[in-house]
Design a protein. Structure first.
Length: 85
């Protein structure tokens, strides 16, 4: 086990005590739950950033792909009634 954490900011200590009082929990439990909740949010943000980077990379690769042949138009894909050919 590592050394205990000391909180030197009075405002943070007050917030911790208030959270413990409002949730009717011991200070350690209130801090543990708050930290775990923030960890979940941070991990989600991190996961979203990883996914966004992967999507941006896929888009970049798609845009760099060569165009082979003429581009298809609506007339190539749909009949005069707008139905797929």
């Amino acid at each position: 086990m590592t050394a205990p954490i000391q909180i030197r900011r009075d405002d943070v200590v007050q917030d911790i005590r208030e959270l413990a009082t409002l949730t009717d929990q011991p200070i350690t439990e209130a801090v543990a739950l708050a930290v775990r909740a923030e960890l979940v949010r941070a991990r989600r943000r991190s996961d979203i950033e990883v996914r966004r980077a992967a999507v941006e990379e896929a888009i970049r690769r798609f845009r760099e792909a060569p165009v082979i042949g003429p581009m298809l138009t609506d007339a190539d894909l749909y009949d005069e009634d707008g139905l797929p050919k």
